[in-house]
Design a protein around this ligand. Structure first.
Ligand code: ADP
Length: 481
């Protein structure tokens, strides 16, 4: 299949979140299955400073925005494999800025123009390449207009004659909402500004455009795909999603096991695997010493790595953290985010010296050591479209304790003494979290059971190969419908 893959960010060129990891790994896995993939993203300043060597494409990309014609250009990275091309849409006026989406004052005020331009430029480039596309796989709100254009102005172009569109929701909370006054810049007929089209309570909504006009919609886990059809998790778009439930499904993201592998992780001083767990204890001991915790402690070590945000469940953790600190445990927390959580954890660290290590920054090397050195990994998220932390921690034999939501519900199976790979709780309360954590700590004392549990977790397969196989099946289904 020939797959056009527009996305706003991609590792290693520019990244603000997990979307960039998906945009790097999924196309590579699709290429390994024999497909041809063209990733297209904006040429941000971050791309220029990433050191990528850019090759220029010959044809310019003139894009009409209201009464202006803005000339874009396309570049591509030198190929590392024949079937995978990474293109960059350049327009310095829009993309050569310190940050990708916002200034210190807030979102860039012209984000509507920037991404209308991007969506149109992607389709213009797709035509110039002289390829007849099978699938246009869009991601999140920045690409939401592409499915509409495929049904309107691009519908009769030979490049898109047989193309089908897929809209993947990585996080429904980000939708791209803009005032009615900028709608005309889309070039779409005024009749599309309506509740059954792009209108959203008096404004217009990029993501809604993608949800209404794409041929298929998916999200990054089956459970999240169900949850977003409810008012509680639907962010105002649950009605739209319920209307399209026949073409809505979920596929879990994968883990890049070439980066996350306890057998040869370059960030670890020693290595381990399911049949040879001894070195894990050494990693834990070194981590405790490095972080100022009591090294000889037999207490289980609870790891937490993530954004300090309400989405991640830090509000319910805050409710009961005092009680947790009185248990026979140690905690290592790596994260950055909301100031109120920085302050809370700083107070706790001072109150319980030697029991809690707190590292308030982004530190990939340390994250590797925490996944490897912890006994348990805590992720009590309020909602979680897919979640990566729980899948990574399992590979390192660090047992996840999670709330049963979104991708956490689809990957963590309660341990019953023999089967299962972690511990889950349902209600979004501190009490439920504490109850499950205490249960997990009870199992930790039963060494044979804990060893079985670690083996189960470490052998779970969340590879990109598995995800890409599911995407391949979905593409085939969309094409044949
Ligand atoms: P989200 O994308 O919502 O932030 P995920 O669990 O899907 O959450 O992915 C988060 C990724 O970012 C994980 O790989 C995690 O290890 C990493 N991460 C988050 N915060 C930090 C941090 N402070 N330092 C290092 N890595 C982090």
């Amino acid at each position: 299949m020939k797959i056009l893959f527009p996305v706003s960010e991609c590792v290693p060129y520019a990244k603000t979140g997990g979307l960039a990891d998906v945009a790097a790994a999924l196309p590579e896995a699709l290429v390994r299955l024999g497909h041809e993939v063209h990733v297209v993203m904006p040429l941000y300043r971050q791309v220029k400073s990433s050191g990528v060597k850019l090759l220029s494409a010959s044809q310019p990309l003139p894009i009409t925005l209201g009464d202006r014609v803005i000339s874009g250009r396309a570049f591509r990275a030198r190929k590392t494999c024949k079937a995978l091309t990474r293109h960059f849409i350049s327009c310095d006026e829009f993309f050569d800025r310190p940050e990708m989406y916002h200034s210190p004052e807030g979102d860039y005020l012209d984000n509507d123009q920037r991404f209308i331009f991007f969506c149109q430029a992607v389709l213009a480039l797709g035509q110039n390449l002289g390829i007849k596309w099978d699938i246009v796989h869009c991601h999140d709100w920045h690409t939401g207009l592409i499915p509409v254009y495929l049904k309107t102005q691009s519908a009769r172009k030979p490049a898109y004659a047989r193309a089908r569109s897929l809209m993947t929701i990585h996080n429904l909370a980000f939708q791209g909402l803009f005032p009615k006054s900028s709608f005309a810049l889309t070039g779409l007929p005024g009749s599309f500004f309506a509740p059954e089209g792009l209108e959203f309570w008096g404004r217009w909504n990029f993501l809604k455009a993608g949800l209404v006009y794409s041929d298929w919609i998916n999200s990054v886990s089956r459970t999240y795909a169900e949850e977003i059809q409810t008012p509680e998790a639907g962010c105002g778009l649950d009605g739209v999603l319920r209307n399209r439930c026949r073409v809505l499904s979920g596929i879990l993201n994968g883990v890049d096991y070439s980066l996350w592998n306890p057998e040869e992780d370059p960030y670890l001083p020693v290595h381990f695997q399911a049949g040879r767990m001894g070195p894990k204890a050494e990693i834990k001991a070194r981590l405790l010493t490095e972080q100022g915790l009591h090294p000889a402690a037999t207490a289980p070590l609870i790891g937490i790595v993530g954004r300090l945000d309400n989405q991640k469940g830090f509000d319910i953790l805050a409710e009961i953290i005092g009680k947790i600190m009185n248990l026979n445990i140690q905690i290592i927390l790596l994260g950055t985010g909301m100031k109120k959580y920085h302050d809370l954890f700083l107070r706790l660290k001072a109150k319980f010296p030697g029991k809690m290590a707190l590292i308030l920054r982004f530190d990939n090397a340390l994250a590797h050591k925490i996944y490897a050195g912890s006994d348990l990994f805590l992720m009590p998220s309020r909602y979680e479209p897919c979640g990566l932390g729980q899948m990574i921690s399992m590979r390192y034999g660090s047992i996840p304790v999670v709330r049963r939501t979104g991708g956490l519900a689809d990957t963590v199976i309660d341990f019953n003494g023999y089967q299962g790979n972690g511990f889950t709780f349902g209600p979004y309360t501190g009490e439920a979290l504490l109850g499950t954590l205490k249960h997990a700590l009870g199992v930790f004392k039963d060494k044979p059971a804990w060893t079985r549990l670690m083996k189960n977790a470490m052998s779970a397969d969340f590879s990109w190969e598995r995800s890409a196989g599911e995407y391949q099946k979905l593409y085939q289904k969309i094409i044949s419908q």
